[in-house]
Design a protein around this ligand. Structure first.
Ligand code: TXA
Ligand code: MG
Length: 344
């Protein structure tokens, strides 16, 4: 199959992409978080193609993308007041809500669950594609399963060229990490995955938020978890990733003591001078966490190279968007964290 590259700037793109989706094809779409691998979320056969293209486990459910917030009512039932309040505050935007699914949503889309994840993405072209398709678009992140997510059209082509009908090129994704996921099907709202909408922003609206254990710790692959996606190794290059915590200077001393030829350093721009002899790669500025979230996956993809044995990574501290960056980097490192100050 020849994969067509469609530009977001071309006025014909929404109609062309929507028609491919209506025909049951796979189309990669840009969003403000990461690129999604989209298909008609109500068409079991189209959805099956997503699992096949990604190599994704069948029990890992997909997110349904809608063009308008109120469309959640078409695919969800028993919607609590909190869902309307979150939609009003954060949609279109990097927030996904888990709600009870209506019967029209195939179990293949929900990974067999009776709930469904819905999100209204903040990308005008993608919302127009969904509107014209006339169906909700099921879209996981467009990376091959287990690999770092895709934040440019080139990343998508790297993983799927020749295997999907089209990629809509909308440039680099602004947020750079996947949406925040909140489960609203229990008594208390539960954070399943941190993202661009921060825990602080959610708590300001909800007054209450439980953080699921899958956010903060490694989950056994056989465990029963709320977001099935959280138990799989994720976001990771093939090489071993080790997070080195502690002060800038102590971390640099630790890394220099342990660095071997073939290792790499993933750090903040401010730290580049400290690692001149360690082939450093900066993923953003420590002083601006949005640059770190926007640059993380591109950097992890660059470090996904068989010639690299270990990556020593620096991770931002604190809440807000840094919480999401920590979550992705810790998962990429399989929670292997060393304290740069401990050996001193
Ligand atoms: O930002 C995003 O959310 C991107 C863009 C493309 O929208 N999509 C994305 O999809 O990250 P994906 O498939 O890579 O991650 C979806 C996560 C998985 O961890 C999955 O287990 C969880 O959402 N999920 C989906 N449906 C669920 C449900 N009904 N209950 C609990 N978790 C669910
Ligand atoms: Mg993903």
């Amino acid at each position: 199959m020849k994969t067509i590259l469609l530009s977001s700037d071309d006025p014909n793109t929404p109609a062309v992409a929507a028609e491919l989706i209506r025909r049951g094809e796979l189309v990669a779409i840009p969003t403000e978080t990461v690129y999604g691998l989209g298909a008609n979320g109500l068409d079991e056969e189209a959805v099956a193609k997503i699992f096949l293209a990604k190599g994704r486990p069948q029990d890992n459910p997909l997110i349904l993308h809608v063009a308008e917030g109120q469309d959640m009512e078409k695919f969800c039932h028993s919607i609590p007041e909190n869902a309307y309040r979150l939609a009003e505050a954060f949609w279109p935007g990097p927030l996904t809500m888990v709600l009870p699914a209506r019967d029209c949503v195939p179990r293949r889309t929900t990974g067999g669950l009776s709930t469904v994840a819905v999100r209204c993405p903040d990308n005008a072209v993608t919302r127009q594609i969904i509107r014209l398709a006339g169906v909700p678009v099921a879209a996981p992140s467009a990376n091959l399963s287990g690999k770092p997510s895709t934040t440019t059209a080139a990343h998508v082509l790297h993983d799927h060229d020749g295997k999907i009908a089209a990629v809509v090129d909308g440039g680099s994704c602004r947020v750079g990490v996947e949406s925040t996921i909140v489960d609203l099907t229990e008594d208390r709202p539960r954070l399943l995955r941190p993202g661009g909408i921060t825990p602080e922003q959610l708590t300001a609206i909800l007054g209450d938020l439980v953080v699921d254990k899958a956010v903060t710790a490694q989950i056994d692959k056989d465990a029963v978890v709320k977001a099935p996606g959280m138990k799989y190794r994720h976001y990771a290059p093939d090489s071993e990733v080790i997070i080195v915590s502690g002060s800038r200077e102590a971390a640099a001393r630790y890394i220099h003591r342990h660095f071997q030829p073939g290792d790499r350093v993933l750090c903040f721009e401010e730290e580049l001078p400290l690692y001149a002899d360690c082939v450093p790669l900066a993923y953003g500025k420590e002083s601006d966490v949005n640059t770190l979230s926007a640059g993380l996956f591109a950097a992890l993809r660059e470090l996904d190279d068989p010639s690299i044995s270990r990556v020593y990574a620096r991770c931002p501290v604190g809440g807000g968007v840094a919480y999401a960056v920590q979550n992705r980097l810790k998962k990429a490192a399989a929670f292997h964290i060393v304290d740069g100050e401990a050996e001193e």
